[in-house]
Design a protein around this ligand. Structure first.
Ligand SMILES: O=C(O)C(=O)C[C@H](O)[C@H](O)COP(=O)(O)O
Length: 320
C-alpha cells in the first residue's frame, strides 16, 4: 500500500502580483508592491500555514521572479520538489487595479505561461499518488488548451489511486469563455470529491440561474461535499439535496477581498483532513475567509492555525 507522504498538493501557475500603491486606473499608477499570487498557490500557502504537509507542482520562468516565488514558497514550508524553473519562459505576471470605491480589476500577463511545458508525460504520477488530497482549480486549465488535458489526466490518476480531489472552478472570464469553462469543467466533475464553488460559477457550469435545476443536476455526481461560497454572508453546504447556510464571521474592516475564497478552501480542506464534522469545518473556513479580507494582498492574510483559534475565541490572545 502506498504510504501517503503529503497531506495535500496542487498544480497551478504561480505569478508575481503587482499591488498598486495608489488607487485608480492603472495607467496613472507609478508604484507597485511586488508580491506573489496564483489561485492554487494561495490555497497551498493557506494549507501550509494551517499545518498541513503541502506540495506544489508547477513550472516557473528561470528568471529573477521565478526564483523569488520558489524561494518564498519553500520558506512557507511547501514542498517544491516538483517545481521547475524553465529556460526561455518568463514567470507569469498579474497587475491589480484598485479603485477608491473598492472595485478592483486584474490584468494578467500569462499568455505564455511556463506551465505550458508541464505536459502529460511530465506529470509526476508517484507524487500525485503520494498525497491524501489534490486541490485543483479552473485557473490552470483556462490558461492554455493543453492544460485542460493535463488536468483531466491528473484527475484520472488521482481518482484511480484513491487520492481525494478538491475542485474550485475559479472561473476567470479574462482567461476563457463561459462556454469553454462549462465544457471543460463538466468533464472534470465526475472525478471530484469536494466541489467548492461560487453561485455564479455554478450558474455558468450548469448553464442556468435556476437553483432548483442546479440542485437536481448536482445530484448526478458522487461528491462527498458541495460547498457554495457566498462571500461576506458566509457559505452553505449541501445536505440531502438542500443548502445548509452557515453565516460568515464578523469582520471589523474589509481591506481586500481577493484571496478570501482560496483561504476558505484551504481551511475547509484542513478540516476535512482532521476529520471534523461539517458544521465545525464551515465555521473554521468562514473564520479564515473573514481573516483574509482584513489584510491587503492575495495571501498575506492567510492565518496560522493558532491565529484562527484566537479569532474564534478558542485560545487566549496575549498581545504583550
Ligand atoms: O490565479 C489567479 O488567476 C488569480 O486570480 C489569483 C487570485 O489571487 C485568486 O484566485 C483569488 O481568488 P479568490 O480567493 O476567489 O478571491
Amino acid at each position: 500500500m502506498n504510504v501517503k507522504q503529503l497531506d495535500i498538493i496542487t498544480i497551478g501557475d504561480g505569478m508575481i502580483t503587482f499591488d498598486p500603491i495608489a488607487k485608480g486606473p492603472l495607467r496613472f499608477v507609478n508604484h507597485f508592491e511586488r508580491k506573489i499570487g496564483g489561485a492554487e498557490l494561495n490555497v497551498m500557502i493557506g494549507c501550509a500555514r494551517l499545518g498541513m504537509k503541502s506540495g506544489w507542482i508547477s513550472r516557473l520562468g528561470r528568471d529573477e521572479f521565478g526564483r523569488h516565488i520558489i524561494n518564498t514558497i519553500r520558506g512557507e514550508g511547501i514542498d517544491v520538489s516538483e517545481v521547475q524553473l524553465v529556460e526561455n519562459y518568463a514567470t507569469s505576471l498579474n497587475f491589480k487595479e484598485i479603485h477608491e470605491s473598492g472595485k478592483a480589476r486584474t490584468f494578467y500577463y500569462r499568455q505564455k505561461s511556463p506551465t505550458e511545458t508541464l505536459t502529460i508525460d511530465q506529470l509526476p504520477i508517484d507524487y500525485i499518488q503520494s498525497a491524501k488530497i489534490i486541490h485543483l482549480s479552473g485557473v490552470f486549465p483556462s490558461i492554455r488548451q493543453q492544460n485542460r488535458e493535463v488536468l483531466f489526466q491528473t484527475l484520472k490518476i488521482a481518482h484511480t489511486s484513491g487520492v481525494k480531489v478538491s475542485f474550485d472552478p475559479n472561473i476567470r472570464l479574462k482567461l476563457w469563455s463561459k462556454e469553454e469553462a462549462r465544457q471543460t469543467i463538466l468533464t472534470y466533475l465526475p472525478y471530484v470529491d469536494y466541489l467548492l464553488a461560487g453561485r455564479e460559477e455554478l450558474e455558468i457550469i450548469f448553464n442556468t440561474t435556476d437553483m432548483t435545476i442546479i440542485l437536481e443536476l448536482l445530484k448526478k455526481y458522487a461528491f462527498e461535499q458541495v460547498i457554495l461560497k457566498d462571500g461576506a454572508s458566509g457559505a452553505s453546504y449541501l445536505s440531502h439535496g438542500q443548502w445548509v447556510h452557515v453565516p460568515g464571521e464578523k469582520v471589523d474592516k474589509v481591506v481586500d477581498t481577493v484571496g478570501a475564497g482560496d483561504g476558505f478552501s484551504a481551511a475547509f480542506l484542513c478540516g476535512i483532513l482532521k476529520g471534523w464534522h461539517i458544521d465545525k469545518i464551515m465555521k473554521f473556513a468562514n473564520a479564515v475567509g473573514a481573516m483574509v479580507v482584513q489584510v491587503q494582498g492575495d495571501n498575506e492574510g492567510l492565518p496560522y492555525y493558532e491565529d484562527v483559534e484566537v479569532y474564534l475565541g478558542l485560545r487566549e490572545n496575549i498581545e504583550r
